[in-house]
Design a protein around this ligand. Structure first.
Ligand SMILES: C[S@@+](CC[C@H](N)C(=O)[O-])C[C@H]1O[C@@H](n2cnc3c(N)ncnc32)[C@H](O)[C@@H]1O
Length: 296
């Protein structure tokens, strides 16, 4: 299996829109904010890797690995005899992950490698992995049943999966507080179609369960998990949280094409809302996820 592809993926196949999206501004911004996003999202990699219970020597794939934080953490669990492969469609994020892998090579005990590929369609071969993990990288497939069915043979007959994905937006203060503060300043927003590819595609656990059942997985367990997320810290935590909120996530998408005056009014409203959530020098808001496990 080659892991050295460096040229961007062609935006084709069922996930062409997502390949376009994550190779544009969004991927560049995630790569730029990697440190801050990893600090914010760490509670969720901790939780999903505890669920995964990776044993030394195991081989795993991190689906939608982004800049690699979860892949690196998983590789430590798998140890020198194991192997962690991070797979992502975003060239800027895979480039960032590979750079970090080079920097870590001298100190890290695990093997982490990265591949630019669509996990929903790439041929990983049969019996290649003991488990599939993902921190928020599995909600973007155009046809999730086809995607999870396609990946299943790579687990043989005894492999397992451990994923973390978002519960509904209204339960996730880190998104809903800024979004609803900005809403009066935005043009009317079309609510996303339930289940459409995006961060909240698997917010309905019954839908996710039936997708995994239809894809042939068994022993499916879906449990809620909550964490307090740090959106901004340092000398000016509110400005740090505001900057990140305007650059990454649903609000940044909603603001993208709007005139500067509208963006400024929305930003003022978001700043005021975030200022109400400062404690001990940090802006903290709630994050609510599903921890999902199953067997192939
Ligand atoms: C919300 S980001 C999460 C990144 C990373 N797992 C983390 O937690 O920092 C979602 C990631 O999924 C990737 N992704 C979306 N669809 C994918 C696909 N079909 N195959 C591989 N990666 C995909 C995106 O490029 C993006 O890096």
């Amino acid at each position: 299996m080659t892991t050295s592809a460096t040229t961007p993926l062609t935006a084709s196949g069922p996930n062409a829109d997502q390949i376009d999206y994550w190779n544009g501004d969004a991927g560049e911004r995630w790569a730029r904010y990697q440190d801050k996003l990893d600090a914010m999202l760490q509670p969720f990699s901790g939780a999903v890797l505890e669920l995964a219970a990776i044993k030394p020597g195991e081989r795993l794939m991190d689906i939608g690995c982004g800049c690699g934080a979860t892949t690196f953490e998983a590789a430590e669990h798998a140890g020198p005899a194991g192997h962690a492969l991070g797979v992502d469609i975003s060239a800027p994020m895979i480039a960032r992950a590979r750079k970090r892998a080079e920097e870590r090579a001298k100190t890290s005990g695990g093997h982490a490698e990265f591949m630019l590929a669509d996990a929903a369609t790439h041929d990983f071969g049969a019996n290649t992995f003991d488990l599939l993990v993902s921190r928020f990288g599995i909600m973007f497939f155009a046809d999730p049943v086809a995607a999870f069915s396609h990946m299943k043979p790579s687990l043989g007959t005894s492999g397992r999966i451990a994923f973390v994905c978002w519960r509904p937006m209204k339960e996730n203060g880190w998104v809903s507080v800024p979004f609803f503060a900005a809403l009066p300043h935005l043009p009317p927003q079309e609510p996303p179609l339930p289940g459409a590819p995006g961060p909240f595609a698997f917010a309905d656990p019954d839908r996710f369960r039936s997708i995994l059942e239809d894809a042939g997985y068994r022993d499916i367990a879906i449990e809620p998990f909550d964490a307090s997320l740090s959106l901004g810290r340092g000398d000016n935590p509110v400005e740090a949280a505001l900057e990140q909120t305007l650059e990454i996530g649903p609000l940044s998408r909603a603001l993208k094409e709007l005139p500067n005056e509208t963006k400024t009014r929305a930003a003022d409203a978001v700043r005021e809302a975030l200022a109400g959530h400062v404690s001990n020098g940090e802006v903290r808001l709630g994050g609510a996820v599903w921890l999902v496990s199953a067997r192939a």
